[in-house]
Design a protein around this ligand. Structure first.
Ligand SMILES: NC(=O)C1=CN([C@@H]2O[C@H](COP(=O)(O)OP(=O)(O)OC[C@H]3O[C@@H](n4cnc5c(N)ncnc54)[C@H](OP(=O)(O)O)[C@@H]3O)[C@@H](O)[C@H]2O)C=CC1
Ligand SMILES: O=C(O)[C@@H]1CCC=N1
Length: 270
């Protein structure tokens, strides 16, 4: 990364820890990372693991930050922003990862003209395979947006959207998506165990099959249906399994899961 702006994380839970770990892995200087986290156990764990600075009070964490990553639960965002507002530099970019909390709500808690980005990352950032979508407000300049992109590209892929209403769908698909896929991995492994495979082997087969299939899908650029057809021999094993998945409505269930998460994201913003 060409420039390494100081970043303050407000909230050091699951998602913030995944991004901090991802940044740590790519050599982001610890001296440029701070966290505001009232939970002493969580704060001390981050300080110990990544040698970053930790603060019990959020205002102490943001003083010199160029980026302030807001990673608390959605219902706490407005209060946390009001608490840190007096300490924020006018050019500091507030980048919130909270599901459902919109740019207007955040702007109301901050000084007029503050650059704000609503972002939605996901936990594979921990291993450099995250997917983050950014939606900036009108006060984020081109260089600040490019800097935010570079920052999050160091832990995965980044897309930018201008239409904020898309962020609820993003949250439902890529934000929550890892949980759907972990559930599928767990279920595939259970299926293998039901067929008599030892658990460790079943786990290995499930993970590598998901990873290999995702890699093939991305690298081939082919439609998933085409790749599915290549696995499916006439009268063979795969069509027997696919028939069950279709009869049980797995395709519809996955679509309904994304729609339920979409509705929940919209509700969290109200
Ligand atoms: N987990 C995920 O995969 C993703 C989460 N997000 C978003 O990230 C945000 C955090 O989620 P997640 O990491 O899962 O949640 P966590 O509960 O793991 O993390 C939130 C952390 O914030 C701490 N906290 C509570 N109050 C404050 C405060 N006033 N100031 C600073 N920190 C505080 C919590 O401490 P304590 O536990 O003591 O309350 C906790 O450690 C949410 O808004 C969520 O929508 C977005 C994308 C993906
Ligand atoms: O479950 C949630 O609300 C958060 C947002 C996306 C992933 N986790």
């Amino acid at each position: 990364m060409s420039s390494q702006p100081p970043i303050a994380f407000l909230g050091g839970g699951n998602m913030a820890s995944a991004i901090i770990a991802g940044l740590h892995k790519v050599g982001y200087p610890a001296a440029k990372l701070r966290v505001g986290e009232p939970n002493a156990t969580q704060r001390e764990a981050l300080i110990r693991q990544f040698a970053i600075q930790g603060h019990a009070h959020n205002p102490d964490a943001v003083a010199e930050a160029a980026f302030v990553v807001v990673a608390v639960k959605p219902n706490l965002v407005a209060q946390v922003l009001r608490d840190v507002a007096p300490q924020l530099a006018p050019t500091a970019v507030v980048l919130s990862i909270a599901a459902g909390v919109d740019l207007t709500t955040m702007a109301a808690a901050l000084p007029a003209g503050q650059p704000i980005i609503r972002a939605m990352p996901n936990t594979p950032a921990l291993v450099g395979q995250g997917m983050t979508v950014l939606c900036p407000n009108g006060h984020v300049d081109a260089e600040q947006l490019a800097q935010a992109q570079r920052l999050l590209e160091s832990v995965g892929q980044v897309a930018v959207v201008k239409q904020e209403s898309l962020m609820d769908g993003v949250t439902a698909l890529s934000g929550s998506g890892p949980a759907y896929l972990f559930l599928i991995a767990e279920a595939l492994s259970d299926g293998g165990v039901a067929c008599g495979l030892p658990r460790a082997l079943a786990d290995q087969l499930a993970v590598q099959t998901l990873l290999g299939s995702a890699t093939l899908l991305r690298e081939s650029g082919e439609h998933p249906g085409v790749l599915k057809n290549r696995v499916t021999s006439p009268g063979g094993t795969t069509i027997a399994g696919l028939g069950v998945l279709e009869r049980q409505g797995v395709r519809g269930a996955l679509m309904a899961a994304v729609e339920a998460a979409w509705n929940r994201s919209k509700a969290l913003g109200q």
